[in-house]
Structures are given as structure tokens and as C-alpha cells.
Design a protein around this ligand. Structure first.
Ligand SMILES: Nc1nc2c(ncn2[C@@H]2O[C@H](COP(=O)(O)OP(=O)(O)OP(=O)(O)O)[C@@H](O)[C@H]2O)c(=O)[nH]1
Ligand SMILES: [Mg+2]
Length: 450
């Protein structure tokens, strides 16, 4: 899935990695390449256009997190915009308030409706439901037989119908009655396929929709047909009103464009993707995970996520004000250390930082993780008064703190010295180059000393 697109996008990001900052020119070039990569992956041109426009606007805007390098910034923006286009969260199947829930499975011939009906039944039963299957294909007895065979394979019930039930609506009603009598909570209705969308098919599906009031009308599309899958989904939606899409055969050499276009073009979410002929080859569609997979930059993405999660903007601003007013206390020092340690190992953080200006060479700075813990322990052993004003920490207080934290007086002395240095260092940083460069992310402390 998406290997080609993923490779191409990663090449764009790699090319940007050497750049010191984002400029109109290098951004323009990167956007051009991203555009081509998306179009080649068969993403709908309208989707590409929208995405590129949004990325451009954002990249040029002031919203950029200056703690990230140019290529990281572009990855971040592209990721956000892709997720937005795919729908920011997973679209779950909707259940009726009163069981049984009815789900119609519709689509063109050979798209994978019957197989997907089986897969969905299996998935539902693994997720706390008890489904029953029914085929309403009254034209091909073999089609109904196919579903019965599948049901037997996955050991789930199928409604076979009676001799009097000759229309799709009658069969589906029979299945719903059976569900109520046997306590099944979901009826999956596998419908007949057509080569093309025709009036008769739409009439039949509309009457099923009217009589059964399904909570889901799932359009099954074959990813191998590329843009045609998107087009027919759109067509079905206009004529029938679908509630979601199941995109099958994503295991093939489909370029994935359909998956990236359906939501934007039809306004309806992609709910599942089929990734093989076996009955467990069905995955709920998670936009954010798929985007991460496409961008394939686990380390950068998780760093970006961590920065976003960990750095509380308000707190950072408050901290900065305190620094400038010289109110940065031991308690603040401790809080900052705690926040930093949440980001993970100091070395891995430095490794992910853009290596420019005064930060150059920091990557190799040796950072003792135990030092962090010790420092926090020492500060935790201080009273509130001491934390607010380090000037009162005299000899006897130092001895008490050392005892309380299981350290030595020397270590307490050292910490107080480091704190004084950090205060000085941060004051310099906050106004100067680092202040601008790091923006929201302030690095207070590179515990260098042994
Ligand atoms: N590789 C792969 N094959 C699939 C997938 N889903 C379905 N197929 C295959 O596609 C073919 C058609 O599947 P069906 O489920 O019979 O399609 P249908 O939409 O019910 O077809 P009609 O009822 O004739 O309209 C079968 O050979 C399936 O095994 C998938 O996710 N991956
Ligand atoms: Mg079928």
C-alpha cells in the first residue's frame, strides 16, 4: 500500500533536509514535487490542488513551529493537511438505537461486495456483535450460494430465505425478522452488482433503503480501478446516499489515490480497506495512521507529536516572563526538567533537533540521564520557601536536603551552582538567537557537568 507515493514524498523531504530555512524558492520546488507525486499516485486532481494550496498557505504563514527544521516543518504541515483531507478520525460503523442494525452493501460488479460482507461479519463478531448475513441477489442463484459458503467458512449465520420470498425487499425483511427472533444485532445485506450504474439497480437499492432504513449504506469500491472507484462512489452517493466506503484490493498494485480522494470527492468517509482474499484481510481505516505510513518518517513524526503534546504554550510563555523578570525559581527549574524528561532521552532529542547555529555540536554533548532524576529528587526535598527563594538555603538546610534526597552536600551545592548558571544562560538565550530559533520550545538546561 502506498509504497511508491511514500518513497517519492520522502525524497522531497530529504532534499529539504539540507536547507537552513524555508524560502519561497525551496518551498515552491518541494510543493511541485509533492504535487507530481500525488498525481502519479492517482490522487484526484481536486484533492491535490486543495492539499497543495493549504500546505502553501500554512508554510508561508506564521504558524510554523520554529523548533523544527525546514524539512520537519514541511512534513508536519503536509501531515496535518493530509489528515484533514482524509477526515481527522476513524469513522466507525453506526449502530441503530433499536437492534437489529441493518447495513446495505452496495457496489459495481466484482468490486468485492460478497467477500467484504463476509469479512465485515467476521470483524463485527470479533468486536462484540452477532451478525447475520443475507444475499438479496435474486438474479444469480450462484451469488447467494457464494455467500452461504462464505458464512459456513467463517461459521456465522446466513439467512437462506423461503420459497415465497422472491424480491430483494422480501428477502431482506425475512432476514431482519430472523435476526429479531434469534437475537442477532446486525443484518448485513449483500446486494447484486451491475456493470454500470443503471436505473433499475438504483430503483432496487432505493426501495431496500426505504423499507429497511439501514444505518449504513456501504459502497464497496475496487482500488485497482483507481479514479473510477472514486467516480462511481460519487455517483452512488448522489443517487442513493451512501454512508461510507469499503475500498477493496488495496493489497494489489493500486497506487492508493482512491483512498486519498474518496472523502474529499464524495464527502463520505472511507471506513474499511480490504487487503487480501482471506476473511481477516480487512482493516478499519485510520486516517492518521495511514498518513504516517505514507510519510514513513516515524522518528520525525513522533518527535513532532511529542513537541506538540509536551510543550504547553501558556506555561512556556509564563516561564519566559519569569526569566526576564528574574523570577525563575528552583520550582520552575524542576518543572522544566520534568517536562523535558517527558520528551525522552536528552540525547535522542538533541539528535532530532536541527543542528544549526549554537546548537551545532550539541548532538554530541554527553548527557547523564541519572543526573535528571537526582536533580529532581534534591529539589523535591526542599521546602516551598526554599524552592521559591534559593538565597535562604544555608549550610544546615543543605545538609537536611542532602539527607532527605539521599545525596551528598556536595551534590546539593553543585545543583545550586548549576541552577544559578542555568538562570544566567536562559536569560541570555531567551532574548537572543536561541529565543527566536527555538520559539515555543525553550531548552533550559544541558546538564553538562559531571
Ligand atoms: N486481492 C484481493 N481480492 C479481493 C479483495 N476483495 C475481494 N477480492 C476478490 O475479488 C473477487 C470478486 O469478489 P466478490 O466479493 O465476489 O465481488 P462482488 O462485488 O460480490 O461481485 P458480484 O456479486 O458479482 O457483483 C473475488 O475473487 C475476491 O476474492 C481484496 O481485498 N483483495
Ligand atoms: Mg457478490
Amino acid at each position: 500500500m502506498f509504497e511508491n507515493l511514500s518513497e517519492k514524498l520522502q525524497r522531497v523531504f530529504k532534499n529539504l533536509r539540507g536547507e537552513g530555512k524555508l524560502s519561497a524558492e525551496n518551498m515552491e520546488a518541494a510543493l511541485r514535487e509533492i504535487r507530481v507525486a500525488l498525481l502519479e499516485a492517482d490522487v484526484h486532481f481536486r484533492v491535490v490542488k486543495q492539499l497543495i494550496e493549504n500546505v502553501k498557505l500554512k508554510a508561508m504563514g506564521a504558524e510554523v513551529l520554529t523548533a523544527l527544521s525546514p524539512s520537519q516543518q514541511v512534513v508536519k504541515i503536509v501531515r496535518e493537511e493530509m489528515v484533514k483531507i482524509l477526515g481527522s478520525h476513524q469513522s466507525k460503523l453506526r449502530m441503530a438505537n433499536e437492534p437489529p442494525t441493518v447495513m446495505l452493501i452496495v457496489g459495481l460488479q466484482g468490486s468485492g461486495k460478497t467477500t467484504s460482507a463476509g469479512k465485515l461479519a467476521r470483524w463485527l463478531s470479533k468486536n462484540g456483535h452477532s451478525p447475520i448475513l443475507v444475499s438479496v441477489d435474486v438474479y444469480r442463484p450462484a451469488a447467494r450460494k457464494q455467500l452461504s459458503v462464505i458464512a459456513r467458512d467463517i461459521r456465522l449465520p446466513v439467512y437462506e430465505g423461503s420459497a415465497e420470498e422472491t424480491t430483494p425487499v422480501e428477502l431482506a425483511r425475512g432476514a431482519r425478522r430472523e435476526a429479531m427472533q434469534t437475537g442477532k444485532d446486525v443484518v448485513l445485506v449483500d446486494t447484486a452488482g451491475r456493470l454500470h450504474i443503471d436505473e433499475q439497480l438504483m430503483r432496487e437499492l432505493s426501495s431496500l433503503k426505504e423499507t429497511l432504513a439501514p444505518t449504513e449504506i456501504l459502497f464497496v469500491a475496487d482500488a485497482m480501478t483507481g479514479q473510477d472507484a472514486v467516480k462511481s462512489a460519487d455517483e452512488f452517493h448522489k443517487q442513493l446516499g451512501i454512508t461510507g466506503v469499503v475500498l477493496t484490493k488495496m493489497d494489489g498494485d493500486a497506487r492508493g489515490g482512491g483512498a486519498l480522494s474518496i472523502r474529499h470527492v464524495t464527502g463520505q468517509p472511507l471506513k474499511f480497506v480490504g487487503t487480501g482474499e482471506k476473511f481477516d484481510a480487512l482493516e478499519p481505516f485510520h486516517p492518521d495512521r495511514v498518513v504516517s505510513r505514507i510519510l514513513g518518517m516515524g522518528d520525525v513524526l513522533s518527535f513532532i507529536e511529542k513537541v506538540e503534546e509536551t510543550i504547553d504554550q501558556k506555561k512556556a510563555e509564563e516561564m519566559q516572563r519569569k526569566l526576564i523578570d528574574n523570577e525563575f525559581t528552583l520550582q520552575d527549574f524542576r518543572d522544566q526538567l520534568k517536562q523535558l524528561s517527558k520528551l525522552g532521552s536528552m540525547e535522542s532529542i538533541l539528535g532530532m533537533m536541527p543542528q544549526v547555529g549554537p546548537l551545532k555540536g550539541l548532538k554530541d554533548a554527553k548527557v547523564d540521564e541519572k543526573e535528571f532524576t537526582r536533580v529532581v529528587a534534591i529539589i523535591d526535598s526542599m521546602t516551598h520557601k526554599e524552592r521559591a527563594n534559593h538565597m535562604i538555603i544555608n549550610g544546615s538546610r543543605r545538609r537536611r536536603i542532602a539527607r532527605g534526597s539521599g545525596t551528598s552536600v556536595q551534590e546539593v551545592n553543585q545543583l545550586l551552582k548549576q541552577y544559578a548558571q542555568a538562570r544566567k544562560m536562559m536569560k541570555t538565550f531567551s532574548g537572543g538567537f536561541m529565543g527566536k530559533r527555538l520559539g515555543k520550545l525553550k531548552l533550559p538546561f544541558f546538564g553538562g557537568q559531571p
